[in-house]
Design a protein around this ligand. Structure first.
Ligand SMILES: [Zn+2]
Length: 298
């Protein structure tokens, strides 16, 4: 099906053309299985976006002060998270921009030496893909893909786009790279199959959401006057309620966190409590790849 030219304004398009624009990527069938491994009623994925200094680099905030906030994530937050996961013997998924590993060469070993953790794609330099031409988005994503395939000894199978952006090119790139799943979209709480122009793609979407992201509750952007603050215990309450409903529905609970945000002392304690709470209820803790494999359409 031909693509609608992106140069003419949307208001001038016909209903059919607008339907086509919207259908470039949509939610297909719910992929929640009838049950999870180990007789669990819910699958839990703890995911961490290891952005380090890359967001500041991409945004042009080139001051040692801004960089230091990202550096904290790899220097302090990540080891603290890995110790917690080791203590509980649970696996997690880490989405790491290639540039994070260039700046911190031992980051891959830190993660993979600590357990059965997964590393997934998160752009080359946390690029804002909506600002890029299709070929530039492809080039940077492929560069990250090849970099991680080399670092890990096997190709990554999943992507979380930087800032959860998505363009009309992203689905094609995911297919070209042979990825199994994406985790950047929000059309459901449950895993679902991505459609492209109404055709099933076989690609699993493991959805995200703002309320299940530490950044929304704790990130402080001092320069822009953005200083939300909420007690960590209140965030724990929201996440527990989300988990409880996921358990009732027998589907997935996917949490997005950032080492430079959640890795601070007063916040990491709620992850410890949350893991204990979910373990007590028999959750299946898995990497995103394990979940995608389990629910992948045949
Ligand atoms: Zn990120």
């Amino acid at each position: 099906m031909p693509r609608v030219p992106e140069t003419s304004p949307l208001w001038s398009k016909s209903e059919q053309e607008i339907k086509q624009v919207v259908s470039s990527v949509r939610a297909g069938r719910d992929l929640t299985p009838s049950g999870w491994p180990d007789d669990a009623s819910v699958a839990v994925a703890l995911t961490f976006d290891v952005d380090s200094e890359t967001v500041a680099i991409w945004n042009g905030q080139h001051s040692p002060s801004t960089f230091s906030r990202g550096e904290y994530g790899v220097r302090v937050g990540l080891p603290r998270i890995l110790r917690l996961l080791t203590k509980h013997q649970v696996s997690a998924t880490f989405y790491v921009p290639g540039m994070t590993a260039v700046l911190h060469p031992d980051v891959a070993c830190q993660i993979t030496d600590c357990g059965n953790h997964e590393v997934g794609l998160h752009g080359w330099i946390h690029e804002s893909i909506t600002e890029l031409a299709r070929e530039d988005e492809f080039q940077l994503t492929e560069q990250a893909f090849r970099f991680w395939a080399d670092q890990l000894g096997h190709p990554p199978t999943g992507i979380r786009t930087p800032s959860w952006d998505f363009t009309s090119a992203t689905i094609d790139i995911i297919q070209k790279l042979g990825l199994r799943y994406d985790s950047s979209l929000m059309a459901d709480d449950r895993p679902y199959e991505l459609l492209s122009y109404e055709k099933p793609t076989g690609i699993v979407e493991l959805p995200v959401d703002w309320k299940l992201d530490d950044y929304m509750y704790f990130h402080i952007d001092y320069e822009r006057g953005y200083r939300p603050y909420i007690k960590p215990a209140d965030v724990l309450e929201i996440w527990r309620a989300e988990f409880d409903m996921a358990l009732q529905e027998g589907t997935v609970f996917i949490l997005t966190m950032h080492p430079q945000i959640i890795g601070h002392r007063s916040r990491i304690v709620i992850i410890n409590e949350l893991i204990e709470y979910m373990k007590d209820r028999g959750a299946w803790f898995a990497t995103m790849d394990e979940i995608a494999r389990y629910v992948q359409p045949l």
